[in-house]
Design a protein around this ligand. Structure first.
Ligand SMILES: CC(C)(COP(=O)(O)OP(=O)(O)OC[C@H]1O[C@@H](n2cnc3c(N)ncnc32)[C@H](O)[C@@H]1OP(=O)(O)O)[C@@H](O)C(=O)NCCC(=O)NCCS
Length: 148
């Protein structure tokens, strides 16, 4: 846990802030409607990190039987390197273990070395490259964490 930061289930009222953060964090951000759709979909683990009631990070994931996939994770720039993404992921891993999920996977841009460093310290390992995964043609590294 990070002092002064809470992790809460994402609600409709959070989506404006989530989307603003998304636009600042990603070169090809999800549209707002994607986030709204995720709130109503089944098999989802969608949370926000808040400081003093303000959204400063989010993690959107989906799960199906024994597999989980992280769709999105971001933390606003001034709040980075304070352990907030770790706290978001920690809740996700705890949820996964409680639901007998065996692995968590995600895609990350091949050029996004910062995020790859973040995932590696959480024991995600690169599984394979998915060429031209992103709309601008960049490849994704698929990374997976096995849950023992
Ligand atoms: C990746 C991201 C979510 C990490 O969030 P964060 O809250 O800063 O991460 P944490 O503070 O929890 O980091 C925990 C540890 O992960 C590693 N880490 C985090 N960011 C890193 C970076 N940019 N480079 C290398 N290692 C990093 C470090 O070991 C760090 O511990 P330390 O700060 O004590 O060295 C954040 O940089 C971000 O929002 N980036 C833009 C969006 C993005 O790329 N999302 C991932 C898409 S796949």
């Amino acid at each position: 846990m990070v002092e002064g930061v809470t992790i809460e289930v994402a609600m409709a009222a959070d989506i404006t802030a989530v989307h603003r953060l998304e636009e600042a964090a990603f070169p090809q951000p999800w549209r707002r409607e994607f986030f709204e759709g995720e709130l109503h979909a089944s098999g989802r683990y969608n949370v926000v990190a808040k400081r003093a009631g303000r959204v400063i990070g989010y993690l959107f994931a989906m799960w199906f039987f024994d597999e989980m996939h992280v769709n999105k994770i971001a933390v606003e720039e001034p709040e980075r390197r304070k352990g907030i993404a770790d706290a978001l992921m920690d809740g996700c891993v705890r949820f996964a273990r409680e639901h007998d999920i065996k692995s968590i996977s995600l895609e990350v841009r091949r050029s996004n070395h910062g995020a790859q460093g973040f995932y590696e310290q959480l024991q995600f390992v690169p599984s394979y490259i998915r060429p031209r995964y992103y709309p601008d043609g960049e490849a994704a590294v698929v990374m997976t964490k096995a849950l023992g």
